[in-house]
Ligand binder design. Structure first.
Ligand SMILES: Cc1cc2nc3c(=O)[nH]c(=O)nc-3n(C[C@H](O)[C@H](O)[C@H](O)COP(=O)(O)O)c2cc1C
Length: 192
């Protein structure tokens, strides 16, 4: 059977994003469990704030089409989002809104069908972005994604990583790797 494919990204557009680092480390756990992991940056797919008038006039933005295709090609989503004012990022919500728009002949929410996801977060603050996690999990569940319950919120993110991108806290590092592995296993079981 082919390897499960995981699309991994953070909801941050920042070049030095702690959440992107978190994704790269969780991806190691997923790869070790046998998944093929494709780590992307949403900043490479800039999108205007979604507006139905623009969509009616111009159709789906080319970067939304590219992202939607990536979603379709992968079995699972590994997502880390910054917490802004208690919520996951607007950039991430905007991407989800764009890719949720149907192309001709596509089933409603087609690019989310049969998808698993894991949601994690990092923040320089003391709570690690934990308030945004259930909100993103709820959003994904509402669009038919199966969200695995395992999660982590890494606090003091500015001081949490070793130079090799592992977490200094060994227990947290093991948990992060295990989340990547759990997502890989869930996606593999779903493919079987
Ligand atoms: C507008 C704004 C709101 C923020 N709100 C929160 C917040 O509610 N909770 C939190 O832990 N950090 C908050 N932060 C700090 C972010 O967690 C921090 O900028 C973080 O580094 C962003 O994630 P990134 O490193 O992946 O880009 C906020 C930052 C900004 C710019």
């Amino acid at each position: 059977m082919s390897k499960p494919k995981i699309l991994a990204f953070s909801g941050s557009l920042r070049a030095e994003s702690f959440n992107h680092k978190l994704i790269e480390r969780a991806a190691v756990g997923a790869s070790s469990a046998g998944a093929e992991v494709n780590v992307i940056r949403l900043a490479d797919y800039p999108l205007p704030v979604f507006c139905e008038d623009d969509e009616a006039a111009n159709g789906l933005h080319e970067n939304a089409i590219k992202l939607k295709q990536l979603f379709i090609e992968h079995d699972a989503l590994l997502i880390a989002s910054p917490e802004y004012n208690g919520f996951f990022s607007a950039a991430l919500k905007n991407v989800i809104d764009w890719v949720s728009r149907p192309c001709e002949g596509e089933a409603p929410l087609g690019c989310f069908l049969n998808k698993h996801a894991a949601v994690i977060a990092a923040s320089p603050g003391g709570l690690g972005g934990i308030r945004g996690i259930p909100r993103l999990q709820a959003l994904l569940t509402g669009i038919r994604v199966t969200v695995i319950p395992a999660t982590i919120a890494v606090s003091s993110a500015h001081d949490a990583f070793n130079p090799d991108a592992s977490l200094k806290n060994e227990k947290h590092d093991a948990s992060l790797l295990a989340i990547g592995a759990s997502l890989a296993n869930a996606a593999a079981a779903s493919k079987a």
